[in-house]
Design a protein around this ligand. Structure first.
Ligand code: DHB
Length: 393
């Protein structure tokens, strides 16, 4: 009763009315429904992922095992109630085969019950709170988790002379993950947390929080903010003179986001951070990816674009594995355990957790003369095949 209500009655009615026929006719186009923030403060995430979808299809075609692939992109403005309504419409009216996208964690949470009830695989290509994959057995993730990218920088910090840290995170799922996992790893390495600051997700003014950092005078501030907020943070960090105060900035790569890094300018130079993707990753595949992406768009791909590109790769592989038949459970089974090379390096979808296993790099922001004198996250160390520490209980 409760379940039916949550999904809307029309699904049940449809399922009862057209059982066999609907399946037979399903050999029409295979539909992938992406729900992305194309407007609002997370719009850069939607812009990056949509560009990556287009690039994937330009390079790999729009037919898999005889099925025409149809991608539908809808804008939720990163508003969870809107995400949920669009997901219902996509499942009930558009009869999509796979749900994908989800720019921020609350939007993924809002959709999880719909994936479960309709047995539709839900490929998360952006949101990164650890627990998301546990909200539905139909969720598979190609992005990353905050614990996965935070533990390496915490470990690096404690081994590189940093003793006292103030954490500075966006006040919602991924920020809480970053704060918690930074703290435990850093303390394990002998470090001390001397302050914990949380900033609002919506339209944050960082100034008062940065003043607090200045007052606390730690050796370093560890920062996580979602994609799209890094440039504003960095600007205010510089305006308050924090870059010259002796307080180091360390971060997850969400802050030194390739989408905005060049705008940040010199204040970002030297920031050590950890993440799973840099546009400067020196593999042959990545060089090709970045070149094609930049030729098609007038901007650089970031970690969101790569997760969207790999999400398409995962879905294409799964459909091919079912010989074009599809079906929620068959697709899901085919997604589990997939291993392939991404522009970021090798990635694996852990068959047990359905979460991504990947290398995490320690990087430093540098101006790179051989790459047009632009700012890049230059990788200098790597943790291989990192599983989400949020699940390794
Ligand atoms: C999330 C969003 C981001 O833009 C990001 O960089 C990391 C996490 C999220 O909401 O899960």
């Amino acid at each position: 009763m409760h379940r039916r209500h949550a999904l809307g009655l029309s699904v049940a009615a449809l399922a009862a009315g057209l059982p066999v026929l609907a399946r037979a006719q399903a050999k029409g186009p295979f539909k992938i429904g992406f729900i992305l923030p194309m407007t609002g403060q997370s719009a850069s995430t939607g812009k990056q992922i949509e560009a990556a979808i287009k690039l994937w299809q330009a390079q790999n075609g729009t037919t898999v095992a005889g099925r025409k692939i149809e991608v539908i992109v809808k804008d939720d403005g990163a508003v969870p109630d809107v995400t949920k309504r669009i997901a219902q419409e996509m499942v009930v009216n558009d009869k999509i085969d796979v749900l994908a996208g989800f720019g921020i964690t609350p939007c993924a949470f809002a959709t999880a019950p719909i994936a479960t009830q309709s047995k539709t695989p839900m490929v998360v290509t952006a949101a990164a709170t650890s627990v998301i994959t546990e909200r539905s057995p139909y969720i598979v993730r190609t992005s990353f988790t905050l614990p996965q990218v935070t533990v390496p920088i915490a470990d690096w910090a404690s081994k590189n002379g940093i003793k006292r840290v103030v954490t500075f995170v966006a006040d919602y799922g991924p920020g809480i993950d970053a704060e918690k996992f930074f703290k435990s790893e850093f303390q394990l390495g002998g470090g001390q947390i001397t302050g914990e600051i949380r900033t609002p997700l919506k339209s944050p003014d960082f100034a008062p929080f940065l003043q607090k950092v200045a007052d606390l005078k730690p050796d370093a501030v560890f920062c996580f903010l979602p994609s799209g907020q890094g440039a504003a943070f960095m600007k205010q960090f510089g305006e308050r003179g924090l870059d010259k105060s002796g307080i180091r900035l360390i971060a997850t790569g969400d802050v030194t986001d390739d989408d905005q890094l060049n705008e940040m300018g010199d204040v970002a130079l030297g920031v050590v951070n950890s993440h799973h993707y840099s546009a400067a990753h020196p593999s042959a595949m990545n060089k090709k990816f970045v070149q094609a992406f930049e030729a098609a768009n007038k901007f650089r791909p970031n970690f969101m674009a790569v997760a969207g590109y790999d999400g398409m790769h995962l879905i294409y592989n799964a459909l091919a594995a079912t010989k074009g038949q599809g079906g929620g459970d068959a697709l899901l089974a085919a997604m589990k355990g997939q291993l392939f090379e991404s522009p970021r390096g090798q990635i694996l979808i852990d068959a047990q957790t359905r979460d991504i296993v990947q290398d995490v790099y320690i990087r430093k922001v540098e101006r790179v003369p051989s790459m047009g004198n632009q700012l890049y996250n230059v990788e200098f160390d790597v943790r291989k095949a990192v599983k989400d520490p949020g699940k390794a209980k």
